[in-house]
Structure formats: structure tokens, C-alpha cells
Design a protein around this ligand. Structure first.
Ligand code: COA
Ligand code: AMP
Length: 634
């Protein structure tokens, strides 16, 4: 089949407003958009400035009313607890409406923030949709973050209420959430009025009198009372959620997502980009705490009337490297979306694909990989084993949907390994040098997007327009800085190679080395520190910390390293995967005092490196190489 991509992309370029006006017809509006884009509103303009809508109506009620009431909407599959549960659209509506009633009873209304600190249980999805239903703004915090990270998000988003659970489940380990939640509320300056706590049988918790509400009791009572909670009308430009993502410091950025543009973009993507039809089963094996979980576990499949899978498990070890194929076979999944790291983990345990052949994958059509660069070896392995197209696509928390990919619904283009293919409508891509001048095709540079960003991409950061301008728009006026380095080839394919800031990508999770340095510096014996991302065969990158101790400190280095590792786990959380610390006498710096992190990373990764002309003392690099060697690195 000839791909329609070029025709559709050119059509968007000729008439962007016409393109999005047409895409907007897929949505049930309370009052449909008359204006499509207002360039004078917001920081760089706003989409659908005069429309009103409700996202929960479009994701749930509309399908119940439109003939999908008995179709499965959500399948929860938890190999960790050994349970599976299916919710039809009608059942999903009942759950969401009952929880919405509880939120309303707790005084939550339109525009109020609600933090969700939840494991991968259906109630996390119900809570997101219940907020959407009443016009409240949810902010999901990933369960692998520690109390202090949660506290930072509580202080920034000032939630009226928090929904959480007694525990999360990691393979072989119960993660008690309640002490983390209570700890975070203690640390935070802002205090929520109430917490709704889901008690899980694997580890129940004590409730704080006067503050904590038992989820099952409250929702059960609302359901028994037959409470009806209508979908509240919101402006298309009102925030649906705030999702915090790593910035260059320990202060995360609150990415704002609106209601209208988000629905239009996600609904458009499900067929055109992912090639999935309403009624089919789509699975994003991510976590609701990440943007992939927001967009492709929850909102996009439900807006599209598809069935979505919420998987509480890991690609390996729950119980084996065949779990993904079991889920695909059992639930009739047509498309899977996950991170390359998950495939590297599977390939490591089942290199010949013996598990793959144990299952009936006849319904499975496409594998989508994102979150980090998909290395060609992993793609080829997956293609060989699964015999389906493997699609690398590139996006960011900020965009909420793919910036570039090989579009399945529009018709697949030739595959180029190592490239997430071509820009999607809405994205006019450029590659520029540090002065902002366009570089020739094939030349590495800063990848930027011509403004405006498309519907669904962030309009701003939560209560921080100026930070948004500074972080993304100021460096290259008229363009959004992706902070990714890459190039565009002669056929218009993008190649995304690395971040241009201090963000590292660990097992598909985005982490700030600057944030980790702030934690290392808190240790009383640490005088100076640097954290870099070093190559890891499974996780892509892992952080590695270098510490210079205060003069006169004569501690057992192994003990000190253990303390520093524990500090990062305690402050940021296990997700940081911070396990390596190297004590060094000095850090390599330029004459102006800038730490040469890039050179250190090249030494650690055995990459070719040049002595920086501005280095203060070249001998320090030998010391770093020596210290890395003692750790079996470098
Ligand atoms: N709650 C509490 N702790 C969590 C957690 C959660 N929701 N998620 C992860 N953690 C913990 C893990 O238990 C682990 O702790 P440990 O140091 O005690 O072992 C640590 O955080 C690191 O977790 P993770 O990055 O998941 O590594 P892993 O070694 O447990 O598993 C993979 C490796 C590759 C299997 C796993 O990272 C994976 O499935 N990645 C897919 C990536 C993904 O979904 N990305 C989202 C974008 S698409
Ligand atoms: P996140 O906001 O967590 O989705 O992380 C976004 C970052 O992950 C991007 O800026 C890239 O650096 C990286 N990334 C995501 N997907 C890809 C991909 N397909 N190829 C290369 N890098 C990617």
C-alpha cells in the first residue's frame, strides 16, 4: 500500500488550522471550536480557545451511550498478584462516577489539583478519569519516587486531596506507600485536606484519623447510594493534568496538558499513527506515572473506544521472559508499546526467542518502541522473533504524543534502523547550530520545532510561564527546543542521538543528573561531586557519581559509598537506579571551573575523547580513568 504520509503531512503544512479543525470532529464537544488557534493567547498561542468539552465524557460516557457499554474498556493483568480483571465501559463508568462522587464530597471541584500516588491498579485509572469528570486537575506521581520527590510535587501543585494506596508491588518486594506518603506530607509546606487510601491485601496500612478516607468504603457507599455525577463542562484550554518531569535541577517541571487539544491529538494518533481501530486491544506496557501511561494506557485508547491493558509486572521475572507474549495471546493484543530496555531485558533472558514460540501471537500486528533511542540490534531481534513491523517513535513528556514515527495507519514508509522516521503533522522540524542557524542535512545539531506546537503539546509549565519560556523558547526564538541532539537525512528522516542537557535516560526513565548531584552534595563528607550517565547494556544508561571528600575525612570508602547510594534512594527513589559511586581526589575542570562531565562520560564508556583545550589540569583525567578501573569501569 502506498503511504498517505507525504500527502497528509503536506496537507497539514498548507493549512494547519484546517487540518486540526477536521481532526477535532472526532471529539464530542459541549460547544465545538469556532476558532481553531489563537496566536495571541498563552505563551505561544492556544488551540481551540473558545471550545468547551469534558475528557471523561469522551473517554467513557460517550462509548457507553454509543454501543460499547459491554465492550471491555480496561483489562488489569497482574502477574505479580496472579489476578486479572476486566472492566467494560459500563463498569468503568460506574467506578469512575462513584469515585467522582467521593471527590466531590471531599470538596474537590473544577480546577482543584489532586495528586495520585498509585501503583498499577485499576483504581489509578479510575482516579484519573474521576478527576477529568469533575474538572479537577490530576497529577500522577510515579510510585518509584521517594517521599521528598513527592513532597516537591505537593508543594508545587498544592493539591486539595491525594489518592494513594497502602502498597505497590515490585517483584519479590512489597513497597509500602503509606510511610512514603505520610513522610512527604510531613516534609511538604502545603498540606492536602484529605487522602483517599486504597487498602491492598498484600500490605494494609493504618489510616490517619480525620485525614485519611478508606477508598473501598467511600466508593462502596457512593455506589450503594446510586450517586450520579455528571461530566463538568470545562474550557478546551483548561488543564486536564500536570505531570512532573525531570528538569536540569532537582526542581521538576510541571508539564501542563489541556483538555481539548490533547483529545484531538490522541484521537488522531490511534489510527493514523498506531493503526489501531476502535474495539481492538492496545497495550502500552508502561506505568501510569509516566507520560506514556497517561497518553497510551489511559486516554488515547479510551478516547478511541479501544480496549486498554494495565499490566502490573515486568518484562522479565514475572514470572519469566514470556510474560509479554502470554498477555498478547491471552487478551488478543493487536499492538504493544514499550521501551527498548524491556526488549533488551527479554532478549538477555531468552536470546533464541523460545518463549515467543510458546504463544499464539496471530492477532499481534505491530510493536512500538519509545522512551529512549531504539538501538538497531534490539529492533532487528524483535523483528526476527515477532515477524511484525517494529516502530521506533520519538516523543517527550512535553509533547504527550509522538513527534516523529513511521505512521502505521497512514501507511508504513521504508524503515531506517536507528531513526524514529518522519515528523508527524503538527511538527515542523529543524536542526540548528548553537547560534540558531540551520545546519545542512545529515549534520548533527539541536533539534527544534517551529512554533506553534501542535494541539496536545504543553502550552506552558504549571504556574511558571517564565520558566517555560526560558527552558524551551528563549534559546532559539520562534522555536521549541527539544533538548535532543540529532540530524535529519536527505529523505527527511530524523535521527535522535542524545540529550543536549544533563538529563539521562535510565531504563526508559528520564532522570536529572543535576538533581542527583544536589542529593550527593547533601552528604556531610562530600565536598564536591558530579553525576554522569554511563552506558549500560540493559538500561541504556545508568548514573555514576563521583565524589570528592572534605579535607581530613578518612572514612572507609566502601562505607561512604553505601551511604551515598542510600541517600539517593531515600531522596529520589529506587527508580534512579543509582548504584555506583567513585571517590576521587579531584574533579576535572576547565580553567573557568566547569566540570568536564562529557569527557568523564567518554572515558567511562571507552569512547574516543580529546583533551579539552580549556582543561585546568590534564593529570586529573588519568586519575578519573584509574578510579573507574578500580570499579571495573572505564
Ligand atoms: N514503585 C516502587 N519501586 C519501583 C517502581 C514502582 N512503581 N518501579 C520501579 N521501582 C524500583 C525497582 O524495584 C528497582 O528497585 P531495586 O533497585 O530495588 O531493584 C528500581 O526502582 C529500578 O527499577 P527499574 O528501572 O524498573 O529496573 P528493574 O531492574 O527493576 O527492571 C526493566 C528493569 C528493564 C525490566 C524495567 O526497567 C522495565 O520494564 N522498563 C520498561 C521501561 C518503561 O516502562 N518505561 C516507560 C516509558 S515507555
Ligand atoms: P520522556 O519525557 O521521559 O518521554 O523522555 C523524553 C526523552 O527521551 C527525549 O527527549 C529523548 O531524549 C528520549 N527519547 C524518547 N524516545 C526516543 C526515541 N524513540 N529515540 C531517541 N530518544 C528518545
Amino acid at each position: 500500500m502506498e503511504s498517505r504520509y507525504h500527502e497528509v503531512y503536506e496537507g497539514w503544512k498548507r493549512d494547519p488550522e484546517g487540518f486540526w479543525a477536521e481532526a477535532a470532529t472526532a471529539i464530542d464537544w459541549v460547544s465545538p471550536p469556532k476558532a481553531i488557534f489563537d496566536p495571541s493567547a498563552g505563551v505561544y498561542g492556544r488551540w481551540f480557545p473558545d471550545a468547551t468539552c469534558n475528557t471523561c465524557h469522551n473517554a467513557v460516557d460517550r462509548h457507553v451511550e454509543g454501543g460499547r457499554a459491554e465492550q471491555p474498556a480496561l483489562i488489569h493483568d497482574s502477574p505479580i498478584t496472579g489476578t486479572k480483571r476486566t472492566y467494560t465501559y459500563a463498569q468503568l463508568k460506574a467506578e469512575v462516577e462513584a469515585l467522582a462522587a467521593v471527590l466531590v464530597d471531599q470538596g474537590v471541584g473544577k480546577g482543584d489539583r489532586v495528586i495520585l500516588y498509585m501503583p498499577m491498579v485499576p483504581e489509578a485509572v479510575f482516579a484519573m478519569l474521576a478527576c477529568a469528570r469533575i474538572g479537577a486537575i490530576h497529577s500522577v506521581v510515579f510510585g518509584g519516587f521517594a517521599a521528598r520527590e513527592l513532597a516537591t510535587r505537593i508543594d508545587d501543585s498544592t493539591p486539595k486531596l491525594i489518592v494513594s494506596a497502602s502498597c505497590g508491588l515490585e517483584p519479590g518486594r512489597v513497597v509500602a506507600y503509606k510511610p512514603l506518603l505520610d513522610g512527604a506530607i510531613d516534609i511538604a509546606r502545603h498540606k492536602p485536606d484529605a487522602c483517599i487510601i486504597l487498602q491492598r491485601d498484600e500490605q494494609r496500612c493504618d489510616l490517619v484519623a480525620g485525614r485519611d478516607v478508606d477508598y473501598a468504603d467511600a466508593v462502596g457507599a457512593a455506589r450503594a447510594a446510586g450517586r450520579v455525577v455528571p461530566c463538568v463542562t470545562v474550557a478546551a484550554t483548561d488543564p486536564l493534568y500536570v505531570l512532573y518531569t525531570s528538569g536540569t535541577t532537582g526542581q521538576p517541571k510541571g508539564v501542563v496538558r489541556d483538555n481539548g487539544g490533547h483529545m484531538v491529538m490522541l484521537a488522531w494518533s490511534m489510527w493514523n499513527e498506531f493503526g489501531v481501530r476502535p474495539g481492538e486491544v492496545f497495550w502500552a506496557a508502561s506505568d501510569v506515572g509516566w507520560v506514556v501511561g497517561h497518553s497510551y494506557i489511559v486516554y488515547a485508547p479510551l478516547l478511541h473506544g479501544a480496549t486498554t491493558i494495565l499490566f502490573e509486572g515486568k518484562p522479565v521475572g514475572t514470572p519469566d521472559a514470556g510474560t509479554f507474549w502470554r498477555v498478547i495471546a491471552e487478551h488478543g493484543v493487536v499492538a504493544l508499546f514499550t521501551a527498548p530496555t524491556a526488549f533488551r531485558a527479554i532478549k538477555g533472558q531468552d536470546p533464541k526467542g523460545d518463549f515467543v514460540r510458546k504463544y499464539d501471537l496471530s492477532k499481534f500486528r505491530t510493536l512500538f518502541l519509545a522512551g529512549e533511542r531504539a538501538d538497531p540490534e534490539t529492533i532487528k531481534w524483535a523483528e526476527n522473533q515477532l515477524k511484525v513491523p517494529v516502530i521506533d517513535h520519538w516523543w517527550q513528556t512535553e509533547t504527550g504524543a509522538p513527534i516523529s514515527q513511521n505512521p502505521i495507519g497512514l501507511g508504513r514508509l521504508p524503515v531506517k534502523y536507528g531513526s524514529p522516521a518522519v515528523p508527524m503533522p503538527g511538527y515542523e522540524m529543524h536542526v540548528v547550530d548553537d547560534a540558531g542557524h540551520e545546519v545542512p542535512r545529515g549534520t548533527l545539531g539541536n533539534v527544534v520545532v517551529k512554533l506553534p506546537l501542535p494541539p496536545g503539546a504543553l502550552p506552558t509549565l504549571w504556574h511558571a510561564d517564565e520558566r517555560f519560556r526560558e527552558a524551551y523558547l528563549a534559546e532559539f526564538p520562534g522555536y521549541y527546543k527539544t533538548a535532543d541532539a540529532g540530524y535529519i537525512d536527505d529523505d527527511g528522516y530524523l535521527f535522535i542521538m542524545a540529550r543536549t542537557d544533563d538529563i539521562i535516560n535510565v531504563a526508559g526513565h528520564r532522570l536529572s543528573t543535576g538533581g542527583m548531584e544536589e542529593v550527593l552534595a547533601e552528604h556531610p563528607d562530600v565536598a564536591e561531586c558530579a553525576v554522569i550517565g554511563i552506558a549500560d547494556a540493559m538500561k541504556g544508561q545508568v548514573p555514576c557519581g563521583f565524589v570528592v571528600l572534605n579535607a581530613g575525612v578518612t572514612r572507609d570508602p566502601a562505607e561512604l559509598e553505601r551511604e551515598v547510594v542510600a541517600l539517593v534512594r531515600d531522596r529520589i527513589g529506587p527508580v534512579a537506579a543509582f548504584k555506583t559511586v567513585v571517590a576521587v581526589k579531584r574533579l576535572p575542570k576547565t580553567r573557568s571551573g566547569k566540570i568536564l562531565r562529557g569527557t568523564m562520560q567518554k572515558i567511562a564508556d571507552h569512547e574516543a575523547w580529546k583533551m579539552p583545550a580549556t582543561i585546568d589540569d590534564p593529570a586529573i583525567l588519568d586519575e578519573i580513568a584509574e578510579a573507574l578501573k578500580t570499579k571495573g569501569l572505564g
